[in-house]
Ligand binder design. Structure first.
Ligand code: FES
Ligand SMILES: [Fe+2]
Length: 360
């Protein structure tokens, strides 16, 4: 693991190129799956801040700063006792709101604001535990709901994957088409003469989308599996603030696949993806899923490898000095939206659209 490097939130640019580090706190992030949060507290990190997650006796999740106010011992070393989390050192107890309810041995009222610990709003939805990034504040929106999750006739697959990369680089990679013919050659695209297609890029206040038009089904293994009889691809790549990538394919008339990456910025240079794949195909899901899974994991591993090297090289050369072309459709849009949000600028100038031609 690379050492954690903390950048102050306002340090968005170095002297050479920018560092695509953003601390977007007023948003929901997934910190664990529902099944990971059982009786023991879980240590997690969000934007460089250590948090402890626990599930109380009522089944409710809580997220607190992982630091006991008494003597700084990580609360994740403690235990869940009834509705509260108990520190393992002297037994102070905290509820899900971070209020210190018990100081063992203390005569008199244990409640004192100075003994409380910062807490984050929590919500369990779609099999994940979501945590609001800003402590001690009320969420102003609902967590993202993956497209096609829970829909009748769809097969769903979930995986958790760790990338040594910034949130921006991870999302750009998930939504970048030109690399697929090279890094993932033979698995999805590549291996044929490129064809010219159109792409329409649109950007709004909360996200951006690229719609690809006129693409024949790619020749790679994964695409053959999704639609053995070929057909035209309708393909959308979407970014939703602050950390969601959504790739949607309709291949032919009967095959629909949505791959969602719910990204969590662990720290500036580590991003965890809670990946959700939902598909409805002409071939039965039980037949396709076991064959598709190793291919998808191979693609993830190739992406993890290239992002680790990209991150290391960017650090070595003191920043992300990029040379983009018209083909880099999503990265600049994602960065613009992140930067605008971080700087607290209003969203009026975000509505924008453009059509480009490219060969894939
Ligand atoms: S350090 Fe937690 S109770 Fe003392
Ligand atoms: Fe990739």
């Amino acid at each position: 693991m690379r050492p954690m490097t903390a950048s102050p939130p306002n340090e968005l640019r170095s002297a050479h190129g920018h560092r695509s580090v953003a601390h977007l706190k007023d948003h929901w992030y997934v910190l664990c799956t529902s099944s990971e949060l059982r009786t023991r507290p879980l240590a997690r990190t969000l934007m460089g801040t250590p948090l402890v997650l626990f599930r109380n006796a009522n089944g409710e999740p809580g997220a607190l700063l992982d630091r006991c106010p008494h003597r700084n011992v990580p609360l994740s070393m403690g235990s869940v006792e009834g509705a509260e989390l108990q520190c393992g050192y002297h037994g102070w107890r905290f509820d899900t709101a971070g209020t210190c309810t018990t100081v063992p041995g203390l005569c008199g009222d244990p409640v004192d604001r100075a003994r409380n610990v910062a807490s984050h709003a929590c919500k369990e939805q779609d099999g994940w535990v979501w945590v609001w990034g800003e402590p001690d504040s009320e969420p102003t929106r609902e967590p993202y709901h993956p497209k096609a999750a829970g829909l009748k006739g769809y097969t769903e697959v979930r995986r958790t994957v760790d990338f040594e990369a910034t949130l921006h680089a991870t999302i750009e990679n998930a939504l970048d088409v030109p690399h697929t013919a090279f890094l993932h050659k033979g698995l999805f695209r590549g291996g044929r003469e490129p064809v010219e297609i159109r792409a329409v890029v649109t950007r709004g206040a909360d996200g951006a989308q690229v719609q690809y038009l006129d693409e024949p089904r790619p020749p790679g293994l994964a695409a053959k599996l999704l639609s053995p009889s070929g057909g035209v691809v309708t393909h959308y790549d979407r970014f939703w603030m602050p950390s969601i990538s959504e790739v949607e394919y309709n291949i032919g008339t009967e095959n629909h696949l949505v791959t969602t990456g719910i990204c969590t910025p662990v720290d500036d240079f580590h991003t965890r993806i809670y990946a959700h794949v939902a598909f409805k195909l002409r071939l039965p899901g039980w037949l396709v899923a076991p064959v598709l899974q190793p291919i998808v994991m191979k693609i993830f591993n190739q992406d993890a490898w290239v992002l680790r090297e990209q991150t290391a090289a960017s650090e070595r050369w003191d920043g992300e000095v990029y040379t983009s072309t018209e083909l880099d459709l999503m990265g600049p849009q994602v960065w613009r939206l992140m930067r605008r949000s971080q700087q607290g600028r209003p969203a009026e100038d975000d509505d924008w659209s453009k059509e480009v031609r490219l060969r894939v």
